[in-house]
Structures are given as C-alpha cells and as structure tokens.
Design a protein around this ligand. Structure first.
Ligand code: NI
Length: 172
C-alpha cells in the first residue's frame, strides 16, 4: 500500500475532465487501494483519481463517523442520475488545504457506478454522503468546490489562498 502525493490547486490536472475507465484490472485495483490509503492518511472523507494526478473516472469515499466501522465506497465511472432538494454544508477539499466554504448541493442523489467487481451499483444517498458524491464527481469534471462560490467569494478565496501559499513558501 502506498500513500500518494495529493495534487493541490492550481495544478492543471485538477481542471481536466477525467477519462472513463474502460477496464477494471489489477492496476486499477491497486490505484483504488492506494487512493483509499491516501484518503485515510490525510484524513479525508473522499478522494478522486485526478487529485493524485491520474485523470481517470474513479473516486473513493468513506463518510462513516469516527465511532463507526469504516464504510469504504470505491466508485468507478460514477454519475448522478437523480437529484432532489438542497443542502448548503461547509466543505473542504484535500486539494485546497486550509480553506472551507458552504456551497449549494442537492440534498439527496441517486448515483450509479461500477464497483471493482465490475457490477453496476445504483445507490440512493443523502446528507454528507450525497455531498461527498457530488464533490468527488465534480473532480472528474475538473470542477473544484470553490468553483461553486459566488464571483465575490471566489476572488476573496483566490487572494487568501495566494497569501497562504506565499506564507508556506517562506516557511520552507
Ligand atoms: Ni475535493
């Protein structure tokens, strides 16, 4: 198992539309395992392949609470097929460290994906898990949660983030 390097905004791979997975093979399974390891190590509740520099349509998610057993979901070629309601929860992203914001999401979604056995899974999810699926599927389209901010909030984010990067640079 390996903890992979997480790519940070504004690295270009995060803005690219990821390619569909054609074949679920051993290499993909190793990538899924390493992505899960990377997510748990961070720690985070979700990670998409582009965040480790691989432009493929696969995400890992685990929204189990700390007092629950892990509930790892590996979703290959995931898509949202139905959505309902609205949510406005605070989100963060392992590729945008140190920044959190509320962005509009659907409260309940039906997702369809393939698992690592190649079976098609349809799942209805809500709340945190629904947000996680929307956030991670966005990554496959090259969209980050900060892209959902209003223009004003986005420009504030850019300034803040630039400042933070400059401070990190100084510390190195
Ligand atoms: Ni993210």
């Amino acid at each position: 198992m390996a903890v992979l390097r997480i790519f940070h905004y504004p690295e270009p791979v995060l803005n690219q539309k990821a390619q569909p997975v054609e074949q679920i093979d051993g290499e993909l399974k190793i990538l899924a395992r390493d992505m899960a390891e990377t997510m748990y190590a961070a720690p985070g509740v979700g990670l998409a392949a582009p965040q480790v520099g691989i432009s493929k349509r696969m995400v890992v998610i685990d929204c189990a609470r700390k007092d629950q057993e892990p509930q790892l979901i590996v979703a290959v070629n995931p898509e949202i097929v139905e959505e309902q309601g609205e949510l406005f929860e605070e989100e963060g992203c392992l590729s945008v460290p140190g920044y959190y914001a509320r962005v509009p999401r659907s409260a309940r979604v039906k997702v369809r994906y393939q698992n690592l056995e190649g079976q098609v899974v349809e799942q209805e999810v809500e709340e945190l898990l629904a947000v996680a699926f929307q956030h991670e599927i966005d990554h496959l389209e090259g969209t980050l949660f900060v892209d959902h901010l209003s223009p004003l909030k986005r420009s504030i984010f850019r300034k803040k983030y630039k400042k933070m990067l400059a401070q990190q640079q100084e510390q190195m």
